[in-house]
Design a protein around this ligand. Structure first.
Ligand SMILES: *[C@@H]1O[C@H](CO)[C@@H](O)[C@H](O)[C@H]1NC(C)=O
Length: 324
């Protein structure tokens, strides 16, 4: 008997055999019924866990398929490029702006172009300007060229504002030098990477600092999260570049940059000093996710092939003219 009993108990983890063994003795069978329900419960639980696991794997792999990361904040990218076919947007411009209009389209990202001190200096310029204004909603801009600065539900001109307040210039010669140096580096990188002539490519308007937060939008200027094409939104753009002046998941959450492709979204996590550049046509629809917390700073530097839309470089002369 003891050997049999042991056998029965050793079989408890399995299924039908245990029940048969238990039927020798009715009282023993009764006493085991709670155990049996526990077994059933465990089996059900095991299957549920398995199902949830399988579903999670499917979800994660599908999510992976519909969302790819172009560059993470935590990595340092020397240079990464994704070539995509150009849209038809440029067809009528190919002869008109020969040597500038993209024949190879795409996006690129690099953390090696702009030095940390240069990015830090540009961030301080952005903050100096924005300290004199700021949108009542979630997105503020400051354009060092025109002086346009978000202010409440509108814009003011910071150069006029400073003049009115009788203030000496906020910005130093060094500020303008760094700004121009960084702009020139981006200009040359775009020309090299897209295989065009730098002298046929011009800086254009608007080129501006942006500051984004999770404040509720007050005007349509605050709604930065809509999917758009820069060539349609701004008209003059042929190449768009962005220099990030704060870090995703460190200085702010949300606020990733996203290229919307047909079957996949390509996300880019902002990083201090990171430059991203892309052709501005409808091959590159994109948006910025809403910022959930913190403040996101960036500089948009825009380029055109159309000389008519070219804007001048910044210089102290420029600034003095604005003052007088
Ligand atoms: C890409 O993002 C947009 C906006 O959030 C969304 O509507 C679209 O479904 C996403 N595409 C894919 C393939 O996930």
């Amino acid at each position: 008997m003891p050997t049999k009993k042991r056998k029965v108990y050793s079989n408890i983890g399995r299924s039908e055999e245990t029940d048969n063994g238990g039927s020798d003795n009715s009282s023993e069978g009764k006493s085991r019924s709670p155990e049996r329900s526990l077994l059933t419960w465990r089996r059900v639980f095991g299957r549920v866990v398995l199902c949830v696991g399988v579903m999670m794997i499917i979800y994660i792999t599908q999510k992976k398929d519909s969302e790819q990361v172009f560059a993470k904040q935590s990595e340092t990218v020397q240079g990464r490029k994704q070539e995509i076919p150009c849209s038809k947007d440029y067809e009528n411009e190919l002869t008109r702006f020969k040597g500038c209009v993209p024949q190879r389209c795409g996006r690129l990202v690099t953390d090696w172009l702009v030095a940390p001190q240069e990015a830090a200096q540009l961030l301080s310029i952005a903050k100096k300007g924005l300290a004199h204004g700021g949108s009542s909603g979630g997105a503020s801009i400051f354009d060092l060229h025109s002086g346009a600065l978000s202010h409440g539900d509108n814009f003011v001109n910071i150069y006029k504002l400073m003049k009115k307040e009788g203030k000496r210039t906020l910005f130093t010669q060094h500020d303008f030098e760094i700004y121009k140096k960084v702009k020139d580096k981006i200009h040359h990188m775009i020309a090299t990477e897209f295989g065009i002539l730098p002298q046929k490519l011009y800086l254009t308007h608007p080129t501006f600092f942006s500051q984004m937060s999770n404040k509720l939008a007050k005007t349509k200027h605050d709604e930065y999260w809509h999917i758009h094409v820069d060539k349609e939104t701004y008209g003059s753009f042929h190449y768009t570049s962005l220099l990030y002046l704060s870090d995703y998941d460190v200085d702010f959450t949300g606020g990733r940059f996203i290229y919307v492709d047909k079957s996949v979204n390509l996300t880019l996590e902002p990083k201090m000093g990171r430059v991203v550049a892309f052709t501005s046509g409808s091959e590159n629809p994109h948006y910025v996710e809403r910022v959930n917390s913190g403040i996101r700073y960036a500089l948009t530097v825009s380029f055109t092939c159309n000389k008519k839309y070219a804007i001048d470089d910044l210089s102290t002369n420029n600034l003095n003219q604005q003052h007088s």
